[in-house]
Design a protein around this ligand. Structure first.
Ligand SMILES: [Zn+2]
Ligand SMILES: [Zn+2]
Length: 340
């Protein structure tokens, strides 16, 4: 018997959300309020691809800029300067606006298409999107904790690679424009950097889905929300007595990442301190902290010493940046680099 096209099953049209819920036999009566809203959202758009794309993009914008707003207000109130890590460097309105423009451009040109492609990609890997009920809280919490650990290590490695001469010069230098960062600067980066580092955020959920086949996009939203909070806060430039790193000593926070921007080297990880600690890539940071602590113990003028140390660290950082910038692929070490 020869093959002809009529033997193929009829090509199914892209199913609507209503058809999907019908086929899955979803029992709407047992759902929580949030799950009912979720179903309403998918039914309203009909096409699950559009529903997921819209929700992902809106959520990203609300969380990112929503988390930046308190920091913009704090920057405008002098009272809070006492907790600013680099108190002499408060971002101007102009700087914040310039930064916002580039971040928005990147969101609409790089992240929006990426987010839009996310639904087909997630379905390909077997992630659940329109489905209800949601996973239970324990499952969400454990998966998110795993993603934090995965992303932190990925970032620790990829971030150091981005400090290598050609990659730094062409990609990561843009993010280092601000030696004293502020919340909005968290996503101020070259499109390639956004793509490279996004792999750390997306990689955990994708690998987990491939491994277990048990992953719901609502967990992804919890993870991305917390990851955005972490990134914006790490760039805020403030270390309050109630900041998370004083409660969880292994949490990086602004205190850790602000130093990276100031010193140019050290502190490459995102959420946790352990990798930098283990590999000694926090030696300058620790020496800086130890000097301040010793001065405080001896009752010395800490403010004056802090100002001197900040200045010296930044000066060294500028030299280190020039060295990195001028390191070519074929230069083995920085010995051939001229530093003005
Ligand atoms: Zn860096
Ligand atoms: Zn940064």
């Amino acid at each position: 018997m020869s093959f002809n096209a009529t033997m193929l099953p009829p090509k199914a049209a892209h199913p609507t959300a209503a058809e999907l819920y019908g086929a899955a036999g979803t029992d709407f009566d047992t759902l929580s309020t949030l799950e009912k809203w979720w179903v309403q959202w998918y039914l309203y758009f009909g096409d699950p691809v559009i529903a997921t794309g819209m929700l992902s993009f809106i959520l990203h914008e609300i969380v990112y800029f929503g988390r930046c707003i308190p920091w913009i207000i704090i920057d405008s109130i002098p009272y809070f300067r006492r907790w600013k890590l680099q108190p002499n460097k408060v971002p101007s309105k102009q700087e914040q606006w310039e930064c916002t423009k580039l971040v928005l451009l990147s969101h609409f040109t790089i992240e929006l298409p990426g987010i839009w492609l996310f639904h087909p990609l997630t379905e390909f890997f077997g992630m659940q999107t329109w489905q209800v009920p949601f996973p239970d809280y324990t499952t969400i919490a454990l998966q998110v904790a795993g993603f934090f650990v995965f992303e932190d290590f990925y970032h620790f490695v990829a971030h150091q690679a981005l400090h290598y001469g050609p990659l730094y010069r062409n990609i990561h230098k843009l993010h280092h424009k601000y030696s004293a960062p502020f919340g909005l600067a968290a996503e101020y980066a070259h499109p390639l950097e956004t793509l490279i580092l996004a792999l750390g955020t997306l990689g955990g959920p994708i690998l987990w889905t491939m491994y277990s086949g048990n992953f719901h996009i609502v967990t992804m939203y919890v993870w991305v929300t917390l990851r955005l909070f972490q990134a914006v806060d790490a760039h805020s430039g403030y270390d309050f007595p109630w900041s998370l790193q004083h409660i969880l000593p292994f949490w990086s926070g602004a205190d850790h990442h602000d130093f990276h921007h100031m010193a140019f080297t050290n502190n490459y990880s995102t959420s946790f301190r352990w990798w930098d600690h283990l590999f000694g890539t926090d030696d300058k940071y620790r020496a800086y902290k130890a000097k301040l602590k010793a001065a405080k113990a001896q009752g010395k003028d800490v403010k004056k010493l802090e100002a001197e140390l900040l200045e010296a660290t930044e000066r060294e950082g500028q030299i280190a940046e020039k060295v990195a910038e001028q390191t070519a692929i074929w230069t083995k070490a920085s010995s051939k680099v001229k530093v003005q």
